[in-house]
Ligand binder design. Sequence first.
Ligand code: ATR
Length: 287
Amino acid sequence: NLYRIKQIRTDTMVLGLIGKPVGHSKSPLLHNAALNSVGINAVYVPFLVDDLASFLKAFSYPDFAGFSVGIPHKVTAITCCDEVDPIAKCIGAVNTIVRRPSDGKLIGYNTDYVGAISAIEDGIRGLIGDHSIELPLDGRIFVVIGAGGAGKALAYGAKAKGARVVIANRTYAGAKALAESVGCDALLFTELESFNPEKGMVLANTTSVGMQPNVHDTPIAKSALGHYDLVFDAVYTPKETRLLREAKESGIPVVSGVEMFIRQAMKQFDLFTGLPAPEEMMRDFVM
Ligand code: ATR
C-alpha cells in the first residue's frame, strides 16, 4: 500500500509487533489494513528485537503508542510494563503493551485469553440458544489440554469466568504445577480419554498437536469426544484441525483458533486506538 507512505507524518501514531522472528506474522498486514479502513493516522510496523527493555526505553516517545508482543518476549514483557492487567499477571504473559496517553506509562494486557474465552463463550451462547447470558462458562467443566503459555491463558481465563477447570498435560508435573496455581484439578494426558465425570463439558486444546505440518495428529481420540458439548482448538494452521473435523463428524459444535486470532487482534485494535475494531473487514481479511 505505497500510497500510505505519503500519509506518514511526524505526528503519525506508530504501533508495532515486537518479536524475534517477526517476518512470518500476519499482524502487520491485518492491523495496517484495519487502521487504514477506519482512517486513523497510524502505522503498524514489525520490529525485530533482541532486548525488549532496551527497545522500550529507546522508543519511549509518545507517538510510539502500542505494541503487540510476540515470541520470545511475552514473559519478559511483564517486567517491562508499569502496570499489568491482573489476569495477564496470573498468566505470566503480556502480548499487548499500550502507552497510556495521560502519563506515558506502559500498561500490559493479554488479549490471547480474551480472544479465546470470548469465542468459546459465544460458542456456548449459540449452543444453548441464549445470547444474553452473561457468564456461559459459570459452573461448567472446562478441560484444558496443555500447560504451556496458551494453556495457562485458557485455564486462568476460564476460571475467572466461573468454570471448573481441569488441566490435562503430557507431563503430569506441568499439569499439577499449573493446577495448583490456578486452583483446579490436574490429569495425566493418558487419563484424558477415560475422563468423563458428566456430559456438557468444554474441551480446549492448547498444545501444538495437529498444527501444520503434523495435520494428521490429534490430542484425543475421536471416540472420547462424546462427553463434550463444545470443542475449541487454539491451533489455526490448518484452519480446521483433525480435532475439530472429528468433533464436527461426531455432531459436536466447534470453535476454531482462527476465531481466537481474529478476536485477540480486534481487542488489540480497541486497546491501541480506543475505537471498536472494524470486525467485518478484519474477518474478511483473515478468512
Ligand atoms: P505455548 O506457549 O504455545 O502454549 P509451550 O509453552 O511450548 O507453548 O507449551 C506447549 C504445551 O503443549 C505443553 O503443555 C506441552 O506438553 P509438556 O508440558 O508435556 O511438554 C504440550 N505439547 C507439545 N507437544 C505435544 C505433543 N506432541 N503431545 C502432547 N503434548 C504436547
